[in-house]
Write a protein of this length. Sequence first.
Length: 95
Amino acid sequence: MLELSKKKLKGSEVMQIESNRLKKLMAEVFGVKEEDINESASVDTLENWTSLNHMNLILALEEEFDISLSEDHTIEILNYPLIVEILKEYNIEIH
């Protein structure tokens, strides 16, 4: 199991987030339209997903959701579905 470094929510609270909030954040980081961010959005499908923008995405996620991603998670974030799965480990549900 990956080591998690996160700010804990009270008890087992789960933060419910609309998917458009994550899509908007990703669109801003990668300089694309929000509708270009979908289930297939990945390092392979977004031309602007460079190493620099990858780090900008990590910072934006941490700031937006008030979390501190582990080193392993920063490496694993390679597409939209993985971001959603990783955020679940921080008690953040995207729907």
